[in-house]
Design a binder for this molecule. Structure first.
Ligand code: NDP
Length: 258
């Protein structure tokens, strides 16, 4: 939809490479005419991001380092965004992390440290970023995060990340209430499994999850980054202006299957 997002400044987090869900989001937003601001953590991600932007002819407003496990880093990133861009209209939150050991075997074995780390990076980061984003969303806005079915159901091996995603989805509802007064909406996409760096390398038995989708989902196939990107674009755009506190499944309908 060319022009849908023209004049809108949107912050996109979480691009590690071309397979990242956030890259699907960035492409959809770019095609819709948004001005893009990117955050990254690792230097390697910044290099990949720069390469992707060059190859696809995307000229960002700004690229800024942001480690979402640090309040100081988040505050510094949004201070720079405020200084250089002024107003933002959207935030795509697409970051998560848990130790590999905590994404296999029994959930009951999760350590205190592993539990805290997964919740800190994958759920609290949305709260911390929303707080900083609020000060720059002076014309109202939309915040969208990425969740997964493991928040609602037991998905074998997803373990602590499922519990962190449940926290993330609950945070969406509480943030929607707080920020709604300022016409800032907060929603989540619950995406089907997609072969990204984090998913392939992190979650044990990931191939079995993909196969189950192909066999059981109503659409009999998996979703891809572009489909999640388009749904995220919808939630970031005025087309969804009456929607907040919602979790939309982009999973070929897998979540309705008993
Ligand atoms: P990617 O590995 O492509 O992206 C994960 C991103 O998280 C990376 O860019 C990484 O940055 C970033 N990240 C991790 N820790 C931090 C941190 N402390 N500070 C800043 N950034 C951090 O994987 P996905 O695209 O799959 O993941 C994006 C989101 O989508 C996650 O929330 C994930 O749970 C969710 N999701 C994924 C699904 C899937 O099957 N792939 C399904 C449903 C939801 P860096 O590399 O620079 O550390």
């Amino acid at each position: 939809m060319p022009g849908l997002m023209s004049g809108k400044n949107i912050v996109v987090t979480g691009i590690a490479n071309s397979r990242s869900i956030a890259w699907g989001i960035a492409k959809s937003l770019h095609e819709a005419g948004a001005n893009l601001i990117f955050t990254y953590r690792k230097e390697r991600s910044f290099q990949k991001l720069t390469q992707l932007l060059d190859e696809n002819g995307v000229k960002p407003l700004l690229c800024v380092a942001c480690d979402v496990s640090s309040d100081e880093s988040i505050a510094a990133a949004f201070a720079e965004i405020k200084e250089k861009v002024g107003v933002i209209h959207g935030l795509a939150h697409s970051v998560a992390f848990a130790e590999k050991d905590d994404l296999q075997g029994e959930f009951v074995a999760t350590t205190r440290e592993g539990f805290q780390l997964a919740h800190d990076v994958s759920a609290y980061s949305l709260v911390a970023m929303a707080r900083e984003a609020r000060g720059v969303m002076t014309e109202g806005g939309s915040i969208v995060t990425q969740s997964y079915l493991g928040a609602e159901r037991m998905v074998r091996n997803y373990n602590v990340m499922g519990v962190a995603k449940a926290s993330l989805e609950a945070s969406v509802r509480y943030l929607a209430e707080d920020l709604g007064k300022e016409q800032i909406r907060v929603n989540a996409i619950s995406a089907g499994p997609i072969r990204t760096l984090s998913a392939k390398g992190g979650v044990a038995g990931f191939n079995d999850i993909i196969t189950a989708m192909e066999e059981k989902a109503p659409l009999r196939r998996n979703v891809d980054q572009d489909e999640v990107g388009d749904a995220t674009l919808f939630l970031l755009s005025r087309l969804s202006r009456g929607v907040t506190g919602e979790v939309i499944h982009v999973d070929s309908g897998f979540h309705i299957v008993g």
